[in-house]
Design a protein around this ligand. Structure first.
Ligand code: ZN
Length: 240
């Protein structure tokens, strides 16, 4: 099975469309959460995802905040401004979609979690120490996570965990056991502003690390028109 792995779309319809086009035909799409938040196109992104057959989608912390399941006080001031705008913009159809999502699930022998298997809503997995502890919190060979917006691979082998930042547009052969992050579609934070995604081949256990350009300026223009925070507008072009 060839599966498109998406995460942290963050209401960026331009990036999402580029990724879907670039990925081509797939047998399924697994989205690791944060469909909305930061970006100008929350309803468009939800509607686009709903068109996809064989979609599995998790709920991220921004999705939870959007529907009132997470207190915006836990976010920084600009993120709170963004969440207020989002809450005023979501249609009933989008709210219904976001309400139905869970932050963690297991499918086809793979664990999916928005943030981490231990704390699926909020933990940032950015170092091998935190990753090592998290290997005790799932039983499958692989766990796919999002949340940090940085493509990362953690491998547990001989009682040690190694961390790797995979290069763009390469193919990894996944080793049992691994925690893997595809990076972010709509707000990458690894200084590469191109949209990030992955293709997981469940028979070959390969993971294509993919990046694709999209029209960043058009998204920035929609953000400015919506009155979203400048910092969130600017960071898209720098990938931070
Ligand atoms: Zn996110």
């Amino acid at each position: 099975m060839r599966v498109l792995i998406l995460s942290d779309i963050h209401a960026n319809a331009g990036a999402l469309e580029s990724v879907l086009t670039s990925a081509g035909a797939v047998d399924g799409v697994w989205c690791l959460g944060d469909v909305v938040g930061y970006g100008p196109d929350p309803n468009e992104c939800v509607a686009r995802l709903k068109e996809i057959p064989n979609l599995l989608c998790l709920q991220g912390n921004h999705d939870a905040a959007a529907i009132g399941h997470l207190d915006p006080e836990g976010f920084n001031a600009e993120a709170r401004t963004s969440i207020e705008w989002l809450r005023g913009s979501l249609t009933d159809e989008s709210l219904t979609f976001l309400h139905a999502l869970e932050p963690r699930m297991e499918t086809n022998g793979v664990t999916l979690a928005h943030a981490s298997p231990r704390q699926p809503v909020l933990e940032y997995l950015l170092d091998s120490y935190s990753a090592a502890e998290n290997f005790y919190y799932f039983g499958t060979d692989f766990c796919f996570v999002g949340h940090t917006h940085i493509p990362l691979l953690f491998v547990y082998k001989h009682h040690e965990v190694s961390m790797q930042i995979p290069a763009a547009n390469t193919t990894l052969h996944l080793e049992r056991r691994s925690i893997i992050n595809p990076g972010s579609v709509g707000q990458p934070r690894d200084r590469d502003p191109r949209a990030a995604y992955a293709i997981f081949d469940s028979e070959a256990n390969t993971w294509d690390v993919a990046r694709v350009p999209y029209d960043i300026a058009a998204v920035q223009e929609r953000m400015r028109a919506a009155g979203l925070p400048d910092r969130h507008v600017i960071r898209l072009a720098g990938g931070w």
